[in-house]
Design a protein around this ligand. Structure first.
Ligand SMILES: [Zn+2]
Length: 287
């Protein structure tokens, strides 16, 4: 059986960039760059016949002024056959939100994105902004970086977010590749697991999609090679904005990664999927 590749883009867009962790590095030109990079990704995806998942900000799909609103581009992504997921309503720091804000952000982003694409019930995935919360109390996993402790901050627990997603008819949520209990973190600090393929678990009827690696560099290419060797499903995350930066997610690295993927696909060693396509075909079948 061929290996599987799932690419998820975190499309922050204007409001997401403003609300990102280092807002004081904000520069207006990055908004336009990001939009242009998404266009380039669409061209590349079409050229290689690869379907991807784009996690978008609900606000960007609503009636607004360009470039804060960019509904036509989100519609275009969807019409090209890619999956649209929610990346929240305005890229909030979820651990600090109230119960109501969490619910509304999840609800409104789903509604806005579905209205924009005209596809009812099509937004079934959620990609937490800033990858927070990282804590997951049910798994004895605590991240001080969330800056919010459950139960004082309900949004500081992945389990709580999953329950809200379930109430709103979401079906999947991206999580970090491995939640380690606190004691394991302490015992294994410094030990790096190479090319680990996290399991796809279902909690509260929400499929938890592991995030294996962010970027398209040498390491990502080796990860892909390993996935092909072991017939695994690899989840790679990218940020359209980062294609303009000379780092792991640079346009050059992305193009090279895509060329390698194309080669494996041609040899029937690899297939690519959106998250929902993959989940329906391999995880939830018969479930
Ligand atoms: Zn983001």
């Amino acid at each position: 059986m061929p290996a599987k590749l799932i690419i998820i883009w975190d499309y922050d867009s204007a409001l997401g960039q403003i609300n990102s962790t280092m807002p004081y590095n904000f520069d207006f030109k990055h908004i336009y760059e990001e939009i242009e990079n998404v266009e380039n990704i669409l061209i590349k995806a079409k050229e290689k016949n690869i379907k991807m998942t784009f996690a978008c900000i609900g606000f960007a799909a609503e009636e607004s002024v360009y470039p804060f609103g960019n509904a036509s581009q989100i519609k275009k992504i969807s019409e090209a056959g890619h999956e649209i997921a929610s990346h929240s309503w305005r890229h909030e720091w979820f651990p600090h939100l109230t119960d109501k804000q969490i619910f509304r952000s999840l609800e409104r982003s789903k509604q806005a994105l579905e209205k924009c694409t005209g596809k009812e019930n099509s937004v079934s995935g959620f990609v937490p902004p800033h990858s927070r919360p990282m804590s997951w109390y049910k798994k004895y996993s605590v991240s001080l970086g969330d800056r919010a402790i459950y139960p004082f901050h309900k949004g500081g627990d992945t389990g709580y977010i999953l329950r809200q997603l379930s109430l709103l008819n979401y079906r999947w949520c991206r999580v970090l590749r491995s939640y380690k209990p606190v004691w394991e973190k302490i015992l294994n600090s410094g030990a790096k697991e190479e090319f680990f393929f996290g399991k796809w678990e279902i909690h509260n009827d929400i499929l938890c999609v592991p995030q294996h690696y962010t970027g398209f560099d040498e390491y990502a290419r080796k990860y892909l090679e390993k996935a092909v060797e072991k017939n695994e499903a690899l989840v790679i995350v990218g940020h359209p904005a980062a294609l303009s930066r000379n780092k792991s997610e640079s346009a050059d690295n992305f193009n090279e990664f895509m060329n390698i993927a194309e080669g494996y696909i041609a040899e029937n060693q690899l297939e690519t999927y959106t998250v929902t396509e993959y989940a329906d075909k391999f995880i939830r079948q018969g479930a």
